[in-house]
Design a protein around this ligand. Structure first.
Ligand code: CO
Length: 298
């Protein structure tokens, strides 16, 4: 069943705004531009909250790089821009890859993930098995001579839940689960020159609250957790946002909450052989006879 009209309107609005922001980011990004400047410009343009900190991952970093408050890295190489909007818990998630090398050496790798997404969207409809989507993605990426990243997946999206229980594979994983009308899923093929696996690397600046209603003795940490709970409601957030609100002394209680495992700090995900990775992503709604792309500008 499709979501009720009122809800559908918000899913669509969240999708449209994310699409608008992504094309804005794509337009203004230049090689050598500080990532901090890029993310601040994107955030300035948003009318709503972000569903998660915008990821600006370069080359072999496949995901989870979001500039911290004193970030000094610049846009270069193969840049993935992955962002999402949250309107009252209705979430969108979309991504593109940009080749910032002078010789445009990553164009084919980017095309591979773009085409894989396109082909996947063509076959998505109620009754399709997840493994069939995965197979289409893998076959398309392999036809370019590259590999999909097997341990990164797309995901179902539910209200207030960026990662629902369903995973959308990027290869034939044998899953016989069938999609149903009304499901909202983010499909995100990743393509690489490397082995097709990511491993955890150093900690990122992205966090998420794991436990709720947890008694904390430290007053600053308690206050901070209250703020996080109220403002992010279990969705990922950036330590930079907190520093912008409270100054960098907030990093002390933040790390206390992390050490107490009340907060989870995402690690950077890096391709195992340090090869470059491309990514393309849309959020789609499964409809009666197919699907519609929600993260489209019009
Ligand atoms: Co996603």
């Amino acid at each position: 069943m499709l979501p009720p009209k009122e809800e559908l309107k918000k899913w669509k609005e969240a999708g449209k705004e994310a699409a608008r922001l992504l094309s804005y980011a794509r337009k203004i990004v230049k090689s050598g531009m500080p990532l901090l400047e890029l993310i601040e410009k994107i955030e300035e343009k948003a009318k709503h909250r972000f569903a998660f900190p915008t990821n600006l991952s370069v080359d072999s970093i496949a995901a989870h790089y979001s500039p911290c408050y004193k970030d000094r890295n610049v846009a270069k190489g193969l840049l993935k821009i992955d962002l999402g909007i949250n309107i009252d818990g209705f979430i969108s998630d979309t991504a593109c890859s940009v080749d910032l090398t002078e010789e445009k050496k990553h164009e084919e790798l980017i095309k591979a993930s773009e085409k894989a997404l396109k082909e996947a969207i063509k076959i998505i409809k109620p009754g399709i098995k997840l493994c069939e989507i995965g197979k289409t993605i893998e076959d398309t990426i392999r036809s370019f001579g590259f590999l999909p990243i097997k341990n990164l997946t797309g995901h179902e999206i539910r209200r207030w839940k960026l990662h629902g229980s369903l995973k959308i594979p990027n290869y034939d994983d044998g899953s016989n689960f069938k999609l149903e009308e009304g499901m909202i899923i983010a499909v995100e093929p990743f393509a690489t020159y490397g082995e097709g696996l990511v491993v955890n690397d150093e900690p990122s600046c992205i966090y998420r609250q794991l436990t709720f209603n947890y008694p904390i003795r430290d007053k600053k940490a308690r206050k901070l957790l209250e703020f996080i709970e109220k403002n992010y409601k279990g969705l990922p957030f950036s330590s930079r946002w907190l520093v912008n609100c409270f100054g960098n002394s907030i990093l002390v209680p933040l790390s206390l909450l992390e050490k107490s495992q009340i907060l989870y700090r995402y690690p950077l995900l890096v391709e195992k052989t340090k090869a470059a990775v491309s990514q393309t992503e849309h959020t789609v709604l499964v409809t009666k006879n197919g699907c519609v792309i929600l993260t489209k500008e019009s």
